[in-house]
Structures are given as C-alpha cells and as structure tokens.
Write a protein that binds this ligand. Structure first.
Ligand code: CIZ
Length: 320
C-alpha cells in the first residue's frame, strides 16, 4: 500500500471508531469478508454465530458486513434492533435459486414432506420452511427428522447431497448451488495437491460431490476453524472454500500454512464491502434490513427449530 492509501485507510478507521461509539453499534463480519473488514469488526464468524451474537448483544445497532440473507437472519432474530447492511447490492446467488412460491409448489407435490432450508435463503423462503440448517449442522438436522417422512432440502444441491450421503437418507434435492464453491473442480484439487504435496485438503460441503470425494476433511467455515486448530504445528492445508477464510485461519494459526485450492474461490458479493461502505453505513444509517412482521415470525419459527438442536454447539466466532 502506498503512503497515500495508508493515510486514507487510517482516516477511515478513525472515523469508523468514532461513529461506532456515537451510534453504540456492534460490527459483525462474516468469515468470507475482505481482511480489512474482518479486522475492523467486533466479531467475525459464520452467519449463524453472528446472528446469535446479534440477538444477544446489548447494542441496539448492528452493522452486518456480509450478504443480505445474513442481515435478514439477524433481523429475524432481533426485531428490537436496527440491522444495517453496508452494501445494498450484496446478495447471494445461491439464495436466489429458491423463491417462496416455488417452495409452496414443491410442498404441494410432496404432501407431508418436511422442508429443510439452508440459511442461505431469503426470509420469505425461510417462512415456508419447517426447519433451517447451516453448513455446520445440516447433517445433524437431517438426522433429527423422523425417517418415515420425506425431506425437501433447498436450495443447495451439493450440501443436500452431502447431508443425504452422511445420513444414508434419500432427500428431495433442490437444484441450486453456490457458483463460487461449485467452480472448484477435481482438476484444480489434483493440481493443488501436486503443487503442495503433503498438505491436507479441507473442503466446504457446498463443493460438488465429486470434488468432495478428494477431501481429507469436509466442514463449514466454523468446522474448518475447529479442525485446523487441532492439527499439529507445521501442518499445511489446501483450503476449498471462499478465500476470505484464509485470513482468519492464518491469523489464528500462525504455526500452520494455508493455500487456497483455486484462484476462483472468490465470492464477488462478499468482496463488495469496503471500509468506506462501513463508514458511510454508520454515518448515514444505511441500508436498514427489514423483514415484514408476518414473514419474520414464520421465518423465526424455522430458525428457532434449528437453534433448539444446535443452540449449545461451541461457537468459533472471535472478538476482533
Ligand atoms: O453459514 C455460513 O456462514 C456460510 C455461508 C458458510 C459457512 O460454512 O460458514
């Protein structure tokens, strides 16, 4: 960074600190956010961990550096607080694969089915759902459902496929995917293994089934953080998830080595947030995430159903 850019960054950080105090806000950043956003945040974590922090914090203003469905989940759990998303356009392609109308139609086609949706979905889709899941608890949630009942799993095909495999259950799978994770090919993983022999390959369950076959460990971002911590010093890893996680992995494990599995593991939506957006968001109180009350209540029931199963799980979110 040249000296002018350093000066601008320092000034933005100063303004953010002042505005944060004035507004009595808490800043949350998802594990996939750019490094400078993770570093300015009060907490960094996965979407569920952050939403639970949002629900518990005494702060009345939550600045959620992530994508829309994450801000919505925080708003669903915290109706008494103001949730801001610094970038209005930061959506999630995976979430857009399913609409509430399509879920209703699917329910008609499969009467009696339990609808499980990944948290990477809109509030309206959650409102049509029986129980939500995250990539950290999808297997556990599917396992908890009566074996005699069919399960519709939306919107991520790959995560659903993984949960079906792990639970030996047949799921009615949606045809959505995260384009970033779906881009990780078996070829890229083989190439990375050749480049870094001896490294362990850790992968996210949003990757394609044939790519997951090549993993030494499969887990959510929080699962990867926990797994890596337990490995001996000096271990190296090829990381098959959005590249933003490498910042936290390296920061928390300075004695280990991390390589991103492919240069394509960049989510353009996650990378939209800048320090200027954070400053502007606090200054102008933009963009407020709202969820219509009837939708919020029905969506909350599905999120609460999930929390009853996993509420006690040990969180990995860190205080910045
Ligand atoms: O649930 C999340 O936060 C996402 C999108 C991924 C993960 O594994 O943490």
């Amino acid at each position: 960074m040249d000296s002018q850019s350093v000066k601008i960054t320092q000034e933005l950080l100063r303004q953010i600190a002042i505005l944060k105090d004035e507004r009595e806000a808490v800043i949350l950043a998802h594990n996939y956010q750019p490094p400078e956003i993770q570093d300015v945040a009060d907490y960094t974590g996965d979407s569920l961990e952050l939403s639970m922090i949002a629900a518990k914090t005494p702060a009345k203003l939550i600045l959620f550096c992530g994508v829309r469905f994450m801000g919505e989940t925080a708003a669903i759990l915290s109706p008494d607080k103001i949730v801001l998303l610094p970038v209005l356009e930061a959506g999630c392609t995976l979430a857009e694969y399913a609409t509430a109308a399509q879920i209703r139609e699917m329910k008609k086609q499969h009467p009696g089915a339990v609808v499980v949706t990944y948290v990477n979905s809109s509030a309206e889709v959650k409102a049509e759902t029986d129980i939500c899941c995250t990539s950290a608890n999808a297997v556990e949630i599917v396992r908890s459902i009566d074996r005699n009942r069919p399960i519709i799993f939306a919107p991520d095909y790959n995560l659903g496929h993984y949960a079906a495999k792990m639970t030996q259950r047949e799921l009615i799978l949606w045809n959505g995917c995260c384009p970033t994770h779906a881009l990780l090919s078996t070829f890229a993983v083989a190439k990375a293994r050749k480049k870094w022999p001896g490294a362990q390959v850790i992968m996210h369950p949003e990757c394609k089934p044939e790519t997951l076959e090549l993993a030494d460990f499969i887990g959510s971002t929080s699962g990867m953080l926990k797994y890596v911590k337990k490995q001996p010093a000096g271990t190296s890893f090829i990381v098959g998830t959005e590249a933003g996680l490498l910042h936290r992995l390296q920061k928390e494990n300075p004695d280990k080595v991390f390589h991103v599995a492919s240069e394509y593991l960049i989510c353009p939506m996650m990378k939209m947030t800048t320090l200027k957006d954070v400053r502007d968001s606090l200054e102008k109180m933009q963009y407020v995430v709202t969820v219509e009350e009837d939708v919020r209540q029905r969506a909350k029931a599905a999120v609460d159903a999930m929390l009853r199963h996993t509420g006690a799980a040990s969180p990995t979110a860190i205080k910045g």
